[in-house]
Design a protein around this ligand. Structure first.
Ligand code: PEP
Length: 252
């Protein structure tokens, strides 16, 4: 059965002390929230993963990585491998965030390699994808999303989908304050589920969690999450504040 998920992507924010405080705050606040079949996840920067994991112990809060390199090891100065993440207790990695794609040049082909490396190391993946504003304006958003999924993930067999969470993030809605309407989110999520049904089977389509990301805030979360194919959110800005993040968790 697919789970509901609220995941906070902290990006390049929060030093070590701030990370510890934020984890502590979220841990405390979710103790008072009933989390039926709902996972709460945060993704701090690499250097703060270990202390965040330590702080999150004995709670329902999961600490995941924002990225990883596709190679097993080698001459890749400044990079981090799947094995390194696994070694410090990370179980899940976010891949394909639009900032990784646009700023750091991550192509679908690179992402397919990252996907394989993560799975070989037993890591679960939160796979991000979504169209640009120009794609939506030219009504190409469905074909862009379809090709991102095909190129990044559709080489996998159906078993591998136990380890995949999808995060649809229209790029025009990330950090802009502009949100896809609940209807736009539902329309795309239903389309994605149909693709999974066609490529794989009903079980993969029904059991894969599909998150929405893009300016989710306490004020709009409930309406977006009320849509039947929206299983939660990937939250940027609002995940850096305990009260806002908790309100979004409560909304689901
Ligand atoms: C994100 O970075 O994945 C994101 C959704 O950011 P924001 O919520 O700030 O739009």
């Amino acid at each position: 059965m697919r789970s509901k998920i609220i995941a906070g992507n902290w990006k390049m924010n929060m030093n070590n002390k701030e990370t510890k405080n934020l984890v502590k705050g979220i841990k405390k606040s979710i103790k008072r929230v009933q989390l039926d079949n709902t996972r709460v996840i945060v993704a701090p920067a690499y250097v703060n993963l270990t202390s965040a994991i330590k702080r999150a112990k004995k709670s329902n809060l999961e600490v995941v990585s924002q990225n990883m390199h596709q190679a097993k090891n080698g001459a890749f100065t400044g990079e981090i491998s799947a094995d390194m993440l696994k070694g410090i207790g990370v179980k899940t990695v976010i891949l394909g965030h639009s900032e990784r794609r646009s700023i750091f040049g991550e192509t679908d082909a690179i992402l397919a390699e990252k996907v394989n490396s993560a799975l070989e190391n037993g890591l679960e993946i939160i796979f991000c994808f979504g169209e640009l504003l120009e794609d939506r304006k030219s009504e190409n958003h469905f074909s862009v999303v379809e090709s991102q999924l095909k190129n990044g993930l559709f080489h996998l067999d159906s078993m591998a989908w136990n380890q995949i969470v999808l995060a649809y993030e229209p790029v025009w809605a990330i950090g802009t304050g502009e949100t896809a309407s609940p209807e736009q989110a539902q329309e795309m999520h239903a389309f994605i589920r149909k693709l999974l049904q066609e490529k794989y089977n009903t079980s993969v389509a029904d059991n894969t969690s599909i998150l929405y990301g893009g300016s989710v805030k306490p004020a709009n979360a409930e309406e977006i999450f009320s849509k039947q194919d929206v299983d939660g959110g990937l939250i940027g800005g609002a995940s850096l504040n305990v009260a806002d993040f908790t309100a979004i968790i409560k909304a689901i």
